[in-house]
Write a protein that binds this ligand. Structure first.
Ligand code: NAD
Length: 475
């Protein structure tokens, strides 16, 4: 989509945006709150991928040659275009992915797309002098073509996390969104392509087969992937053929450890949103909560009181604070894990009884207490609105439980004593540990996982380096 193909202003309404990105006979995209088809997304073929590669190869050298300052001006212009279309984009995200308009919902997501573009534009990455005598310098150059594949939970925001630094460094980008949320990413592409030179950014929608074609293509010097650990491993295997650099942001199962000195009432809101943001469908959400025996009952009750007040409903309803799950498959996973916990004798404090006959993928806000530390709801990633709350009394033992899984994206420690919390944070195996909050990200603070949660960093200066190739000159 280029400026010539759109009428000025047409991408600023929901209807105009949808008309610009959808086709009559593509893949149906359903609204997860109603099960109704919103629109049909194009299904890109291998020939479409080759055409996008040819356009990207043709456009990239001139884009790189513009230099950082000029590219940054263009990215600021792209962010301005996102801001003009923000209301339409937010509505589309709510209808396609399910999250509410308000709170940490789709308006926040659309704002994040703009914020990440602006930050990437403003971040400096200059040549560094490593040695004066003999002189040695390191600079970072464009890789060339970057391929990016994304998930369905924060489709537009994660697309921006991938494309903003990649474009900033002078690369051309070809993206494949999740087949569950192609429209939000196609919309971001259409909005940005009002401003970007043709060929520099292409969004191709398609399913897993397109992802396999993209990751196996020899055009890409770098692949960025956000999604499940299983798919991440498939991409690592595929990368053996052409050796693209990889950034892998994979699944997580973030622990939160609550120490005995907390004020349960004071932390309950932040604990709740750390776990239930986007109805739990967030890579670095709090997914297993360990609470010390001394404050266990108080924390469970304070969480129940907060959770019971938070309305769940249709994303585009202004009063909703939580939405449906994006896919029926994810609903089935959450349902299975909670049923298993019940069968194992855990105590359901809130929720746990979905209306299986209702339209949409709604699963109620669910708190499961007195659950075995090794129950599937604790050790498997639920990626939904069901939080297991494990009782503990021994700190070393609970750190062992926190570190005991093969993933390590985020974690949190909750305490009135910040110094004590930092000591414990240092012992936790995760890419990020938050203290007295969970899951907040900032475009200048690097973010990435360890173990099965992947490797490579996004955001900040480290994020720019990750979409570049180092170039050392000695002498
Ligand atoms: P997924 O792995 O099923 O799909 C992600 C994308 O990969 C989709 O676009 C899909 O079409 C594509 N794909 C599937 N198989 C492929 C293959 N063999 N080769 C190439 N592409 C392929 O993940 P999902 O269900 O969309 O997302 C949920 C998962 O993502 C959760 O585990 C969550 O924790 C994780 N996630 C991680 C982060 C993070 O930053 N670490 C962020 C969001 C989501």
């Amino acid at each position: 989509m280029t400026l010539e193909q759109t009428t000025t202003g047409s991408l600023e309404t929901y209807e105009g945006l949808l008309a610009a990105i959808s086709v009559a006979d593509g893949a149906p995209v359903t609204d997860p709150a109603t099960d109704e088809v919103i629109a049909h997304a194009p299904i890109a073929t291998p020939a479409d991928l080759d055409a996008a590669v040819a356009a990207a190869r043709a456009a990239q050298p001139a884009w790189e040659a513009l230099g950082h300052a000029r590219r940054s001006e263009i990215l600021v212009g792209a962010a301005d275009a996102v801001d003009r279309s923000a209301a339409a984009l937010a509505e589309l995200i709510s209808r396609e992915q399910g999250k509410p308009l308000n709170g940490p919902g789709s308006r926040f997501e659309a704002g994040g797309v703009s914020a990440w573009l602006r930050t990437a534009a403003a971040t400096e990455l200059s040549e560094e002098t490593l040695l004066d005598e003999p002189r040695a310098t390191i600079a970072y150059r464009a890789v060339g073509l970057v391929g990016a594949i994304g998930p369905w939970n924060w489709p537009a925001l994660i697309a921006a996390w991938q494309l903003a630094p990649a474009l900033r460094m002078g690369n051309a980008v070809i993206m494949k969104p999740s087949e569950h949320t192609p429209l939000s990413v196609l919309a971001v592409g259409a909005i940005l392509n009002q401003v970007l030179p043709a060929g520099v950014l292409t969004v191709l929608s398609g399913d897993r087969d397109l992802g396999v074609a993209l990751t196996g293509h020899d055009a890409f010097g770098k692949l960025m992937f956000t999604g499940s650990t299983r798919t991440g491993k498939a991409i690592v295997a595929a990368s053996a053929a052409n050796l693209p650099r990889l950034t892998l942001e994979l699944g997580g199962n973030d622990p939160g450890i609550v120490l005995p000195d907390v004020d349960a009432q004071a932390i309950a809101q932040d604990l709740f949103w750390g776990a239930f943001i986007n109805t739990g469908q967030t890579c670095a959400a709090l997914k297993r909560l360990y609470v010390h025996d001394d404050v266990y009952d108080d924390v469970v009750e304070a969480l129940r009181a907060v959770a019971a007040q938070v309305p769940m409903g249709y994303g585009v309803d202004e009063s909703s604070a939580l939405g449906p799950l994006t896919t029926a498959d994810q609903l089935a996973i959450v349902d299975r894990l909670v049923e298993d916990a019940k069968a194992g004798g855990a105590r359901v404090v809130l929720g746990g009884e979905p209306d299986r006959a209702a339209a949409g993928n709604f699963y109620p806000t669910t708190l499961v207490a007195d659950i075995d530390a090794h129950a599937p709801l604790v050790v498997e990633e639920q990626f939904g609105p069901a939080l297991p709350i494990v009782r503990y009394s021994d700190l070393d033992e609970v750190i062992g439980l926190a570190n005991g899984l093969d993933v390590g994206l985020g974690a949190s420690v909750w305490s009135a004593d910040a110094a004590r919390a930092r000591e414990i944070a240092a012992r936790i195996q995760a890419g990020t540990v938050w203290i007295n909050s969970h899951g907040g990200v900032h475009p200048m603070v690097p973010f990435g996982g360890i173990k099965g949660s992947g490797y490579g960093l996004e955001f900040g200066v480290e994020g720019l380096k990750a979409v570049a190739v180092p170039h050392v000159i000695n002498g």
